[in-house]
Design a protein around this ligand. Structure first.
Ligand SMILES: [Zn+2]
Length: 306
């Protein structure tokens, strides 16, 4: 039985920093129903946040590309969706590196935000995420969709809406804000999004990504290697990784980026490609660059933190 035991820790996010906004978040995808959701969000011009899993990206890489192209925020949700607290430090780190590499290979970005599977991230897990420059993003409005897989469609709809409305209706958009929890891997959950959106609109909430609802104090990505990625042009260009953004608003990330540039490129051997750009071309180059960036980030941090 799935149990979502949302844990809180230093720096963990459960709500927005601005009132009157809602960040719709969807976990566990991309999946077979994500495109239905993307069609709707596109029609409504709503940007959401997707916490994606490495192994599902490999099944639906084109859907992840569309999520990115449509302007939604991508956060990471580990590679295999394990209970992080049951893993060793090395295994936890591997879960993050793997999903990061997969995201980078497909859309060329390195997320700053993560959500732990089942909301489980104890003190040790929290410290690791912090050391990796990741903002742990929980929620304050659970749709409960993951509980209702075996119910009739009518009951699924009723219970999800009831969960949302029980907090939304008594709320005040002048002082409240929400980060929701849904899963785009359930068709019934995707199909009820228009009704949920309608209810938020009635109460006067504006839709934002997680980073936006936090005032972009931490940008969505550590770097955006190939922002102009299209399905036709998937080659890493010479300037691709030169677009790595220094997040001046976030000292932690500055430390990562600076450390990446200064301390670790020589250690990884592949780092030169990161700053000078690789020859345009093969997917191997892209994968290699992605791995290099993550090795650089990880090893760089380790050298700082001892
Ligand atoms: Zn999940």
């Amino acid at each position: 039985m799935l149990i979502l035991s949302q844990e809180s820790g230093t720096g963990f996010i459960t709500t927005c920093s601005k009132s009157g906004v809602v960040a719709l978040t969807f976990d566990d995808g991309p999946g077979p129903y994500t495109n239905i959701l993307l069609d709707y969000l596109s029609k409504k011009k709503i940007k959401a946040t997707f916490f994606v899993v490495g192994i599902t990206i490999k099944e639906y890489p084109d859907v992840l590309k569309r999520i990115f192209r449509d302007g939604h925020q991508i956060g990471l949700h580990t590679n295999t969706h394990p209970h992080l607290n049951e893993l060793s430090y090395e295994q936890q780190k591997d879960e993050i590196i793997q999903v990061n590499n997969t995201i980078y290979e497909v859309v060329g970005v390195v997320p700053n935000y993560m959500r732990p599977p089942f909301g489980e991230c104890n003190e040790h897990c929290g410290e690791l995420m912090k050391s990796l420059g990741l903002t742990v993003t929980q929620w304050n409005l659970d749709s409960g969709d993951w509980r209702y897989e075996l119910l009739t469609s009518e009951e699924q709809r009723y219970r999800i809406l009831n969960n949302i409305l029980s907090k939304l209706l008594p709320s005040n958009s002048k002082i409240d804000s929400f980060i929701t929890l849904q899963h785009d891997t359930y068709r019934y959950s995707v199909e009820i999004v228009p009704k949920i959106v309608e209810e938020f609109e009635k109460k006067g909430y504006a839709f934002k990504t997680v980073a936006e609802c936090l005032g972009n104090k931490v940008l969505p990505y550590k770097c955006e290697g190939n922002k102009n990625l299209t399905t036709k042009n998937r080659k890493m260009n010479n300037t691709g990784t030169n677009n790595m953004k220094s997040n001046s608003k976030n000292n932690m990330n500055n430390n990562i980026n600076n450390n990446t540039k200064n301390n670790t490129m020589s250690k990884t051997g592949g780092g030169k490609n990161v700053t000078s750009g690789s020859a345009p071309g093969s997917s191997n180059n892209r994968i290699f660059i992605g791995i290099s960036i993550f090795n650089a980030i990880i090893f760089g941090l380790l050298s700082v933190d001892g």
